[in-house]
Design a protein around this ligand. Sequence first.
Ligand code: TDO
Length: 151
Amino acid sequence: MIHGVEVKRLITHVDERGALTELIRRDDPFFEQFGQCYVSVSYPGVIRGWHYHKKQTDYFTCVKGMIKVPLYDIREDSPTYGELNEFFIGDDNRIVVKIPAGVLHGFKNIGHEPCYLLNFPTEPYNPDDPDEYRIPWNSPDIPYNWDIQFK
Ligand SMILES: Cc1cn([C@H]2C[C@H](O)[C@@H](COP(=O)(O)OP(=O)(O)O[C@H]3O[C@@H](C)C(=O)[C@@H](O)[C@H]3O)O2)c(=O)[nH]c1=O
């Protein structure tokens, strides 16, 4: 796994009223600090990315629907420079993925309904100087195919 990427498997408590799932706790081993939390809704088939940050760490989960989340290490000083990881997150796989600064990331809604991604970045968003850097989703420099891979 890319250096610094971590995965927390979530536990869902179910009873006859419904379900409760903790997402992130201050005492989680992978927790750094709280910056903000936001929800991002994407329609089926939508790709967001590639993005990376220079300061903040992201914590992705998907609370409704299913997304695939490719990560690509572009940190030249990283022991996993050039490594690609892919995660499937959502109704069928309840996890939180920690994405360190400098790791290229994005996600695609692979479901048939709008997906609800929650992110818990370690820094609050600054609209005057956003820590947001982008590379085109279809850049030939990144060895990733966003299409559904049939096997
Ligand atoms: C990220 C963010 C955006 N915004 C605003 C800016 C803009 O008007 C609108 C949409 O923002 P964007 O187009 O940057 O949203 P988006 O392209 O979805 O950007 C996000 O993509 C995912 C994959 C990530 O990795 C995030 O770090 C972030 O880069 O929301 C906030 O107010 N707060 C925020 O924290």
